[in-house]
Design a protein around this ligand. Structure first.
Ligand code: ADP
Ligand code: ZN
Length: 711
């Protein structure tokens, strides 16, 4: 398929991620579609690849001016003609782009909605052959979304003016109400919907008690030297305090909050993007407008006020798909601060909902079951298995069979017709005869008192666990009444087993679960050192091109380079992210850094597995003789020959006949034909009267073997 070739050629990737290919097919069939995919899921590819296949122009609507430049820089670095138009440009720059549009040179144009719908641009647009409208951050069109932008509502005219041009709307907002609203607002009828999993398995989830958090934070950061990370704080003051404490420990960090002068804010942001400052301590305002793909960790110095925010903020790490760590400090005090804030502030029209959401956040923080399950269940996604990458999974509490208890709870909810909140349900289970129960005649229902022997506190813990495991739901819009779920039906009607944790174990002191980053193995350390050196090469390119380092290459690409250590351009092409243009521009610099590095390791006696023959080959290519190489590398001649043989077998350019003469080759060839075991060098050596060296024989055999394989 053509799309696959484009993916490889321009983006350097071998395979599409789940869903990308289907979306692309839909777009190419000129159908409208809505794509819900988490941050880092790979949304951009789904309109960029079609843009390159379709004949005309793709117009990308984006509300974030800073991101436009980033995306366009990145496309240009891949050799794709893209431009942007927004208020950050001078008049001259804008005219230059408009002229380019008229000549049809541009494949992708990024533009802000208000600009698109100006009168001036309306006339320009008339002349253009538009193949596709891509609406990025599409949730901005909805008042229900978290980031409503009035100018986005103008986009409803697109379908009116251009009924034949397909629209692809993209967002990382998962909720269904917003999705419905996007479709309605854009006036697209019957779009094809794509909903990807919001599980971001590469992010580890960790929660620690908040006591002594600064010391824990320091330990965490010291173990992740030089990595980019964000510390989210609740107050401006604490962003400054935390940054100061990090600095006092010799760790470079900046702070960021809304009260800083504008200039200072953009400076911090830029320094962070360009890998000049590794750590930013920030209020939640930070990170909205940046696309930095190599944020390696996020710490919540305080618990966020709801799960949406938590998901969004941890989601700013690991966009490149590499392992990233998140850590949240939790203390009951933080919860009280929020509660106070919500209750005292009259602007909060929906206090009940806010408090309910705060509670869910708190439950995630206190959970004794897989945190990712809780996180995803909040967004309506059900994980079959525990995730294995959260602190609870890594250090699980002991479970007991809680099926009977769960059945009691669920059948009580069932019999009470899903019309009770948690408190009353516990009273009911414990056989209370308080007025409310008697009035409603609940005491006559079969399961009344079915859990008399269990304390109120213990029931609370059990219910929370059932909630966290997705067996019940809380209907915030119906006075917090408890509802059954698909999973609970399995327990009630299909004998599914439920695992619970004893509540005394929950009360047990919550030990520090955070595991420091494990010390690296020797190979990992070597790869890591190379990674750091490649980072320096990348940074230099970034500086020269005036773009962010991750635009040149992502961390994922550098990591693969440091593990695979390609020595040649062909080998380079197998590295994910090394697209044609990038190989041309940066390939040589990466290769020579890798070669230098590997050679240095070699002279220091740290042989890198699988690399040794390549080093020999490298010296050979530089014109050294076998003798010289063997002296330099402190290896026997025969070893050098066998390295060269290996290189030859692997398709490297070795001039065999400059090392083995034609008559010698003839003799070896004739002999091999007559013997059974052609792999025994010793046998051949003896039969040829010890006249031809082992090394030469070894090389000749490789040559002959290759001759035989070739048709
Ligand atoms: P989103 O816009 O959904 O947050 P991006 O489009 O920025 O995500 O993609 C996130 C990262 O994943 C980028 O570094 C991108 O180059 C990479 N990526 C996208 N598609 C693929 C793929 N098929 N194979 C490998 N990497 C990919
Ligand atoms: Zn887990």
């Amino acid at each position: 398929m053509q799309a696959q070739k484009i993916l490889k050629k321009y983006f350097g990737y071998d395979k599409f991620r789940p869903m990308q290919e289907e979306v692309i097919k839909t777009v190419l069939a000129k159908k409208d579609c809505l794509v819900l995919m988490p941050t880092g899921g790979g949304k951009s590819i789904t309109f960029q690849v079609p843009a390159l296949i379709m004949s005309g122009l793709t117009i990308v609507l984006s509300p974030l001016i800073a991101l436009m430049k980033d995306q366009v820089d990145s496309l240009k670095a891949s050799g794709i003609s893209a431009e942007y138009l927004n208020s950050s440009q001078t008049g001259k720059e804008q005219i230059a782009v408009e002229n380019k549009l008229n000549t049809g040179e541009i494949k992708l144009l990024y533009i802000s909605p208000e600009r698109l719908l100006t009168e001036n641009f309306y006339y320009i647009l008339q002349e253009l052959d538009v193949s596709l409208f891509a609406i990025d951050e599409a949730h901005c069109i909805s008042q229900w979304g978290h980031d409503f932008r009035p100018e986005y509502t103008k986009l409803k005219f697109l379908k009116h003016y251009y009924p034949k041009v397909p629209i692809i709307a993209l967002t990382a907002t998962a909720d269904k109400i917003t999705a419905r609203d996007i479709i309605k607002q854009l006036r697209i009828e019957n779009p094809i919907k794509f909903v990807a999993s919001f599980n971001r398995q590469n992010l580890s989830l960790n929660v620690l008690p908040g006591t002594g958090r600064m010391a824990k934070l320091l330990a965490f950061v010291k173990n992740r030297k030089g990595q980019s990370g964000i510390v989210y704080c609740l107050s401006r003051k604490s962003t400054e305090d935390v940054a100061a404490k990090l600095k006092a420990e010799g760790i470079d960090a900046a702070f960021y909050h809304a009260k800083l002068p504008r200039k200072k804010r953009s400076k911090v942001q830029e320094d962070f993007i360009n890998d000049n400052i590794p750590i930013v301590c920030a209020t939640i305002a930070f990170g909205m407008g940046i696309d930095k793909s190599n944020v390696r960790w996020v710490i919540h110095y305080n618990m966020p006020k709801n799960i949406e925010n938590y998901y969004q903020e941890i989601g700013r790490s690991g966009r490149d798909g590499l392992r990233s760590d998140t850590l949240m400090f939790y203390s009951y005090r933080d919860v009280m601060v929020y509660r106070d804030f919500i209750e005292k502030n009259d602007d909060h029209t929906n206090k009940e909902v806010e408090i309910a959401k705060l509670k869910r956040m708190q439950e995630l923080a206190e959970a004794q079951t897989c945190r990712r399950k809780i996180l995803l269940s909040y967004f309506g996604e059900y994980l079959e298995e525990d995730c294995g990458n959260c602190d609870v999974c890594k250090n699980p509490p002991k479970h007991f069979d809680g099926t009977i208890l769960a059945q009691k709870v669920l059948s009580a909810i069932y019999r009470l017709e899903e019309d009770v909140a948690m408190g009353l349900l516990i009273d009911f289970l414990r056989g209370s005869e308080k007025r409310e129960i008697l009035e409603k005649n609940y005491h006559k229902i079969k399961t009344h008192g079915a859990g008399r022997e269990i304390s109120y506190f213990d029931w609370q813990q059990i219910l929370l666990q059932l909630l966290n495991q997705g067996y019940i739901e809380i209907a915030y819009d119906q006075k917090n009444k408890l509802k059954l779920t698909k999973a609970s039906e399995n327990v009630l009607f299909r004998k599914a087993k439920v695992k619970l944790v004893k509540s005394d174990e929950i009360k047990r002191k919550q030990d520090d679960r955070i595991k420091d980053a494990k010390p690296l193995s020797k190979t990992q350390q070597i790869n890591n050192d190379l990674f750091e050196r490649l980072r320096i090469v990348r940074k230099e390119f970034a500086r020269r091109n005036n773009v962010a380092p991750y635009i040149i290459s992502t961390d994922a690409t550098l990591e693969e380079l440091s593990i695979e250590k390609p020595f040649t351009e062909e080998a380079l092409a197998n590295i994910s992210g090394m697209a044609e243009v990038r190989i041309k521009k940066y390939g040589n610099a990466y290769i020579s850094e890798i070669i230098n590095f590997v050679k240095e390791q070699d002279t220091e006696g740290k042989k890198i597995k699988g690399m040794t023959y390549l080093i020999t080959y490298q010296y050979y290519k530089e014109g050294l003789t076998v003798d010289e190489i063997s002296k330099k590398r402190n290896l026997k001649d025969v070893t050098i020959f066998s390295h060269l043989a290996n290189a030859y077998t692997n398709g490297k350019d070795v001039d065999v006949f400059s090392l083995v003469s034609k008559p010698e080759m003839r003799k070896i060839y004739d002999l091999i034909k007559t013997i059974d075991d052609a792999s025994s060098l010793k046998l051949i050596y003896e039969r040829l009267n010890q006249e031809i060296s082992y090394g030469k024989i070894r090389l000749a055999i490789s040559y002959i073997e290759k001759l035989n394989i070739k048709p």
